[in-house]
Design a protein around this ligand. Structure first.
Ligand code: AHG
Ligand code: MN
Ligand code: MN
Length: 357
């Protein structure tokens, strides 16, 4: 090449090659602007979560052809829900990828009553991984989208009873959170408190490649996402909201049965997802530590909001590992609209109580 010594060498690689090198682990290190041991740990942790995502995606892709991949196990989990074979497979995948990693001392998931300890990791790995191995299990057998949700917290103290009592802290304590969406492509979305970023799995490389950086939700979106089949079980405030969106132009309903999929739509396009308390489940269905809190962490990082009604979701302290909470999450204006109906009804109730006295 005829390049004078003073001019930089013109490399022939193109934009696509540069983009394809922005892998998840490289992105985490770049975000932390450090190659120190904490940064290396977090990067290695994310790489392991990504490996779990690839293994689960691989099984889902061929699930209809693999004997024993689909259907129920016949067991009921700690939540009282029927367990699917994919729930168990995915739960075990996360355990397998973190064994002998030296990174994580324990894992806590929807499918296990108590935290799962990896004692050999504990002297060095002070992190805890909380996760929902398969979110939206009812979609598995019909080949619709499902996800995995994860959250990373620092272990505080020694937890001698091994119950995970130190995990009963608010959602601000999360060090990182994210999800993997198994859809037409497999997408991993994460935050370590420096914005929200999405990676798409390139199956030919076997790598998650950066596909959207610094995602910001619109302050308002047309979508409202809620299971209206439960309307008879809701309180009046939620019915007020539903009447409002039914009677005003500009709203459209979307509900897939998988929180990760519904949330992903709202993260990219705006709107609100609601899983309120019901008559049967006054705190709703979604679990705080490994479903609602990780998504609340992401939504706030993306400029949105998450609430349980009249309190920010990230301020809620769970009273046990599998505690549930109502969830209202999405664009700032749409969450505020739902909250305005809740506040109106609570004011009315207060006034009625005063009149009765
Ligand atoms: P999981 O499959 O982990 O138990 O979670 C299912 C959750 C969530 O993904 C979804 O939004 C919600 O349950 C759907 O519940 P309904 O069928 O009650 O609407
Ligand atoms: Mn779930
Ligand atoms: Mn689940």
């Amino acid at each position: 090449m005829n390049t004078p010594d003073s001019t930089p060498l013109q490399l022939s690689y193109d934009f696509a090659l540069d983009r394809d090198c922005t892998t998840l682990s490289r992105h985490v290190l770049a975000q932390l602007q450090s190659f120190g041991s904490d940064a290396q740990d977090l990067s290695a942790l994310m790489t392991r979560i990504a490996l779990a995502g690839k293994l689960i995606a691989r099984r889902l892709t061929r699930a209809g052809l693999v004997e024993g991949a689909l259907g129920f196990t016949g067991d009921i989990n700690v939540q009282g829900e029927a367990v699917k074979r994919m729930d168990i497979y995915a739960n075990e995948v996360f355990i397998a990828v973190f064994k002998q990693s030296g990174l994580v001392c324990r894992l806590a998931s929807e499918e296990m009553e108590k935290p799962y300890y990896i004692p050999e990791n504990c002297p060095i790995g002070r992190y805890t991984l909380l996760y929902d191995p398969i979110d939206g299990s009812s979609n598995v057998d019909i080949n619709l989208n499902v996800g995995s949700i994860f959250s990373i917290r620092q272990q505080l103290g020694d937890d001698p009873e091994q119950t995970g009592a130190d995990l009963l802290q608010d959602g601000h304590q999360q060090l990182a959170a994210g999800y993997i969406l198994y859809g037409p492509s497999t997408v991993l979305v994460y935050s370590i408190g420096k914005g929200v970023h999405a990676f798409t799995l390139d199956p030919s490389l076997g790598e998650f490649i950066l596909s959207a950086e610094d995602i910001t939700l619109p302050s308002h979106g047309p979508v409202y996402s809620v299971n209206e089949g439960n309307l008879w079980q809701w309180d009046e405030a939620l019915r007020d909201f539903t009447r409002y969106v039914h009677r005003h132009e500009g709203y459209t309903a979307r509900y897939s049965g998988a929180l990760v999929g519904d949330f992903h739509r709202i993260l990219l396009q705006g709107g609100v997802f609601i899983y309120p308390g019901t008559l049967k489940d006054p705190k709703g269905k979604l679990r705080l530590l490994y479903e609602s809190a990780p998504l609340a962490y992401l939504v706030e990082q993306a400029g949105g909001k998450a609430s349980v009604g009249q309190q920010p979701l990230l301020d809620v302290i769970p009273d046990h590992l599998h505690a549930r909470s109502p969830l209202i999450i999405g664009s700032v204006e749409d969450v505020a609209l739902v909250q305005s109906f809740i506040e109106d009804r609570s004011r009315q109730a207060q006034e009625e109580r005063l009149l009765e006295k």
